[in-house]
Design a protein around this ligand. Structure first.
Ligand code: ADP
Ligand code: MG
Length: 559
């Protein structure tokens, strides 16, 4: 038997990283800005606990394109690295300095928002660059270091004359990746991944009105007013909002703050959200976020993929399937959790214990919020019902736990514009709408105009008729029939009203046979027989002594 070590050569690793580490090359920028952010947050932490005696100041991160030199620069004012630290953190692939930092400072750094953890992010630079340089000056009193590597396992490390604290990463963009030298492309990436990162990110400059300048208005002798042009000044173009609403406490936010944040997330969305749910939990997992109920359309599919997932304010994806139950993917907003495993398959996510807990926490919060809206302002809840019912009904169908909670606030509107909860409906109709076997018969219409005469007939009998017209309501009725005891739904035009609820009372016609015959002859003369049928069975209401209906098959013939 032969034994030995498999020889893994670093030479083989770079091409692998380049090809397979991330399927999406564009995420290199997210990784490098995450590292720059971490470096800044680490310095913030060290100064706050007195381990670094330097001025923290107002550090920012800068992204700069040098199109002629085919270079992209990412510059931070964070804690920097000494030459030894470059050897340790950069030259060791898959050794994470972020994890080491969190380990070392444990409790005190738990909420520092440090992003990195795999120790691979930096090398994603080689997906787009043929050569990478690091020029870095530590906050410690040591000379700056200059590291250069062309993607082979060989690197050079020498001293540099950088005096400002922090790190500059220079990517020499490869010929197949020149898109990353385009301002529009970088701008797009910054807005996608970094829009809410915690350290200000500068990308170029922009012209704005000088806030200290008030344009003078002068009136000439004819009374004509002229206002001088506003003075423009050049300021840093900061692409991100470092303090997005979800990172704040609900008690520090007003309703307008939530609406403004919605606008920030969805600049192209003109409708106001109906209401929001602020998520905030730190045990047994860490999660913050804000979910919004948008106005719904009946098309379930176009609404999907609108919740954005973040980790420590870094955008990850807008596909949250598996993390929230399917029916909530119709909501919008943000979920931020460092506890959601990334870059793993959907089926794994669904099986993961932590993710399951997150999903049921979110479901519970949504149900609680709906319940409190219902309890606190029922009138408003009823007004919103049409816009939110699809999510609630879908949720009741797909999640039993949600069904149990929603049963208290799910509404069943009637053709008269009343809204019943299930229990209210039950109490309102149990006396009249119970058949001879004790079964509760819930009458419903799906189209108020087409079923008008049937609805009137049922109302005349004192029955309540629900108006159920959402696309999934037939499934919900089945669900209710199976989870509530002894009930059945009957469509109001399924049969003659007297047959819908079978009671023992014999029907007594108000018309005699002779009267019926005479009336039938008369009506047949004036009503086209091929289109309508005439029913003369007694109606309770004196207003409708008979009914003219259009049978289903005749209705279809028209189409
Ligand atoms: P991770 O971020 O998961 O720790 P990376 O491969 O992204 O792994 O980075 C490796 C390490 O290199 C970091 O943990 C950090 O110690 C160091 N590093 C990378 N970029 C910087 C930077 N801009 N400033 C200071 N240190 C950095
Ligand atoms: Mg990293």
């Amino acid at each position: 038997m032969a034994k030995g070590n498999i020889n893994v050569s670093v030479e083989n690793i770079f091409p692998l990283i380049k090809k397979f580490l991330y399927s999406d090359h564009e995420i290199f920028l997210r990784e490098l800005i995450s590292n720059a952010t971490d470096a800044t947050l680490k310095l913030k932490h060290l100064t706050s606990i007195g381990e670094a005696s330097v001025e923290y100041g107002n550090p920012q991160i800068e992204v700069k394109i040098d199109k002629d030199g085919k270079k992209l620069h990412i510059i931070d004012q964070g804690l920097g690295m000494t030459a030894d630290e470059v050897e340790k953190y950069i030259n060791q692939v898959a050794f994470s300095g972020a994890e080491e930092f969190l380990d070392k400072y444990k409790d005190s750094a738990k909420d520092s928002g440090i992003i990195g953890h795999f120790g691979l992010g930096f090398y994603s630079a080689f997906m787009v660059a043929e050569k990478v340089e690091i020029i870095t000056k530590s906050y410690k009193d040591e000379p700056a270091a200059h590291w250069t590597c062309d993607g082979s396992p060989e690197f050079t490390l020498e001293t540099a004359d950088k005096t400002a604290r922090g790190t500059e990463i220079i990517l020499h963009i490869a010929d197949d990746s020149t898109e990353f030298l385009e301002e529009a492309r970088i701008s797009e990436l910054l807005l996608k991944y970094n829009k809410f990162m915690p350290i200000p990110i500068k990308f170029g400059t922009k012209e704005v009105n000088d806030p200290d300048f008030t344009p003078k208005t002068t009136t000439d002798k004819d009374g004509k007013e002229t206002t001088e042009p506003h003075k423009q000044i050049t300021v840093d173009n900061i692409i991100n909002n470092p303090n997005p609403a979800w990172t704040k406490l609900p008690t520090d936010l007003e309703a307008t703050d939530y609406n403004n944040f919605y606008r920030e997330l969805y600049p192209m969305q003109f409708e106001e959200p109906l209401f929001h749910i602020h998520l905030n939990v730190d045990y047994p997992f860490n999660l913050t976020g804000i979910l919004y109920f948008p106005k719904m359309t009946n098309d379930l599919n176009i609404q999907k993929d609108k919740i954005q997932l973040y980790q420590n304010q870094v955008y990850v994806t807008d596909n949250v399937e598996g993390i929230v139950p399917e029916f909530l993917t119709m909501l919008r907003g943000v979920i931020d959790s460092p506890d959601i495993p990334l870059n793993v398959s959907r089926s794994y996510l669904q099986a993961d214990g932590a993710v399951k807990k997150i999903s049921s926490y979110i479901t519970r919060k949504v149900a609680d919020k709906l319940k409190s809206l219902f309890n606190n302002n029922r009138e408003d809840f009823e007004k919103k019902w049409d816009d939110i019912k699809i999510v609630i009904e879908y949720g009741m169908l797909s999640e039993d736990k949600f069904f149990d909670k929603a049963d208290a606030f799910a509404l069943y509107p009637t053709v008269d514009g009343k809204y019943f909860t299930y229990d209210e409906l039950f109490n309102a109709i149990k006396a009249k709408q119970t058949d001879k076997d004790g079964k509760l018969v819930i009458l419903y219409a799906s189209n108020q105009d087409a079923q008008h005469s049937y609805i009137e007939a049922a109302k005349a009998k004192g029955y309540e008729v629900l108006l159920l017209d959402s696309p999934i309501v037939s499934h919900l009725m089945q669900k209710l029939e199976s989870s509530k005891e002894n009930i059945t739904f009957a469509r109001v035009d399924a049969d003659h009203v007297d047959n819908l609820i079978k009671t023992d009372d014999a029907k007594i016609s108000k018309l005699s046979e002779d009267q019926k015959g005479a009336l039938e002859d008369l009506l047949k003369e004036v009503i086209p027989q091929e289109k309508f049928s005439v029913q003369l069975e007694a109606m309770d209401s004196d207003a409708s002594p008979f009914m003219i209906t259009q049978p289903e098959f005749m209705r279809r013939m028209k189409e």
